[in-house]
Write a protein that binds this ligand. Structure first.
Ligand code: ZN
Length: 150
């Protein structure tokens, strides 16, 4: 059993920007030399997430519209209420409230995806891509890939 770890950095544009990171993940799998196993792709952020789905502008627009409807940014969020909040004080959050982005991230589920690897290739379906979702404003971000297998 082998393991391989890689970390990538990106600057997002904010506003529910979706970045297709499939080729970077596939490159890490090739670099790992692992033929059969699993690639865990993970966002170490509370207001981003990694998802597998289609990278098609119409769908991405529909999903952004749905998310904004479910979690409007102009509602009250206790996370952004500095008369009330006492934990994890961070100056960036004081400047730009992001309670809505945390709620979006929780609704989306886990922070990452696990993708099977067979014969050195990601086992994605025809239209499946690995997507990095920015749910907050423009920020410096990173994602991790851990490849485990033989
Ligand atoms: Zn926050």
């Amino acid at each position: 059993m082998k393991t391989f770890h890689h970390e990538r950095h990106l600057r997002t544009a904010g506003g529910l920007q979706v970045t297709d990171i499939t080729e970077d993940v596939a490159e890490s799998v090739r670099e790992s030399g692992i033929q059969n196993g699993i690639a865990c792709v993970y966002s170490p952020h509370t207001t981003c997430s990694v998802r597998v789905n289609e990278f098609e502008n119409g769908f991405l627009e529909d999903f952004a519209t749905l998310l904004k409807k479910l979690v409007p940014s102009n509602e009250y969020y206790a996370h952004d209420d500095w008369d009330k909040r006492t934990e994890n004080i961070c100056s960036e959050d004081m400047d730009f409230g992001n309670g809505h982005a945390h709620c979006m991230s929780m609704l989306l589920g886990s922070a990452g995806e696990s993708i099977p690897i067979r014969d050195g290739e990601l086992g994605l379906g025809t239209w499946q891509r690995v997507l990095f979702l920015e749910l907050d404003r423009e920020r410096d971000r990173r994602w991790l890939v851990q490849v485990v297998g033989t």
